[in-house]
Design a protein around this ligand. Structure first.
Ligand SMILES: Cc1cc2nc3c(=O)[nH]c(=O)nc-3n(C[C@H](O)[C@H](O)[C@H](O)COP(=O)(O)OP(=O)(O)OC[C@H]3O[C@@H](n4cnc5c(N)ncnc54)[C@H](O)[C@@H]3O)c2cc1C
Length: 383
């Protein structure tokens, strides 16, 4: 039997960021992957603030000064800035940077998959890997969509119908504009989802989409590969020369979970990153929020006991849940909102200013429209 202060399941952005920030504790991180960070699941596009905030500059593949929002039926909005605002990261390099920092504070074992979890009175007693039993005072579920620990503690929480899946190709030899990221939304282009083209160089890009895939009861209703091919051949994308021969890599996996997790801790287990639904439906963005939730929890634990940490972390998650739900409303407003409202909303969005976002949305739209849209966010939303 091995005993630690804290065991973290998952060495993705969340688990490694948590391990890199925790101090004075005996910490073990476990991941099922042979090579951390591979296979790549993510398009790894992120904002400048995140790079600086988390010291990830060395992982940048390409930077762009603007982005475009494309809604179909000829509706395109471009936003251009003096300095780079969006960056594609080299995902394995980012994981390497985060794991170097984590190794200063903790032990990492992989490949080791956490499947056997013993629960006693709603508390994790131990996990078992091969013939070894691991115990800890505190367990952190950072296992992304797998929810390796949470699924034993709150089995009813997780339903496939609320989970968006993503698939993308990285391709070379393209004739394209590398100075902006393209985001595609709207039912005419991509029903129940979104698509993107993120440049990774002057002639290379990641082209992908994310969509809800399962219907009620878990029946599969979408073939993601066919949907991506339909999108690429639809004529809406402005990248030229794309064909199957210039695909250099395929990335994919689970993206956003549309039902935010209200309660991010269960007795001796805390949940961070994608496992706690910390990702935004707005741009399918999860890296920033996974890192933020992980650091928030680690810093709270460094200076507080578990119960005070629980309170701080719960408050943080409630606030972010509110933020993700407002983002969902924002998604519905693109087409109608005037440019000045979009700019103001983008600013409030990147400042995590919930109150301001709601104020702008309320002032721009008729009370009835607003009420209707509030109704479309998931029923358990905290608003
Ligand atoms: C196609 C696609 C494109 C995306 N594009 C972007 C983007 O452009 N920008 C952005 O910000 N976000 C993007 N995301 C989302 C982003 O990748 C995730 O939000 C982020 O990776 C979440 O980090 P995490 O550490 O919480 O979880 P994960 O990255 O999922 O890491 C979880 C880790 O846990 C391990 N694990 C799982 N189960 C077990 C187990 N039972 N035992 C041991 N280990 C286990 C896994 O091996 C993995 O290493 C994209 C996602 C997809 C699928």
């Amino acid at each position: 039997m091995k005993k630690y202060d804290i065991i973290v399941v998952g060495a993705g952005p969340a688990g490694l960021c948590f391990a890199g920030h925790i101090t004075n504790k005996n910490v073990l991180v476990i991941d099922r992957k042979h090579e951390l960070g591979r296979p790549v699941k993510s398009s790894a596009g992120t904002f400048t603030d995140t790079l600086i905030d988390f010291g990830l500059e060395d992982a940048v593949r390409h930077s762009s000064n603007g982005f475009r929002i494309i809604l179909g039926n000829g509706f395109t909005r471009g936003f251009h800035y003096e300095k780079p605002v969006l960056h594609t990261l080299d995902f394995p390099r980012m994981i390497e940077i985060l794991s170097e920092r984590a190794r200063n504070n903790c032990e990492i074992i992989h490949p080791a998959s956490v499947e056997k979890v013993t629960i006693k009175n709603g508390t994790i007693d131990s996990i078992e890997i091969e013939d070894t039993t691991f115990k800890a005072d505190l367990f952190i579920d950072a296992s992304g969509e797998t929810r390796a620990l949470l699924k034993h503690l709150a089995p009813l929480y997780y339903q496939k119908q609320w989970l968006a899946y993503g698939l993308e190709y990285e391709a070379a030899g393209l004739d394209m504009n590398a100075d902006h990221f393209d985001f595609f939304f709207g039912n005419t282009i991509i029903p129940e989802g979104y698509a993107w083209i993120f440049p990774t160089g002057t002639t290379t890009a990641r082209i992908g989409l994310g969509k809800l895939v399962y219907g009620k009861g878990g029946t599969k209703k979408v073939n993601l590969k066919a949907a991506l091919h339909d999108f690429i051949s639809s004529g809406i994308i402005s990248v030229m020369n794309f064909n199957e021969n210039n695909i250099t890599e395929t990335h994919g996996g689970t993206m956003t979970y549309y039902k935010p997790l209200k309660n991010p801790s269960f007795n001796n287990c805390f949940v961070i990153g994608d496992a706690s639904s910390q990702s935004s439906c707005f741009l399918g963005e999860g890296i920033r929020f996974s890192l933020m939730s992980a650091r928030k929890l680690a810093i709270a634990l460094n200076s507080h006991d578990i119960e005070t940490t629980r309170m701080h972390y719960q408050n943080y998650i409630s606030n972010m849940t509110r933020y993700f739900n407002i983002c969902m409303i924002f998604l519905h407003f693109y087409k109608l909102a005037p440019d000045r409202a979009i700019h103001a909303l983008m600013k409030a969005l990147t400042d995590y200013d919930n109150a301001n976002m709601l104020r702008i949305l309320r002032s721009e739209f008729k009370r009835t429209d607003f009420a209707r849209l509030l109704y479309t966010v998931p029923k358990n939303a905290i608003l």
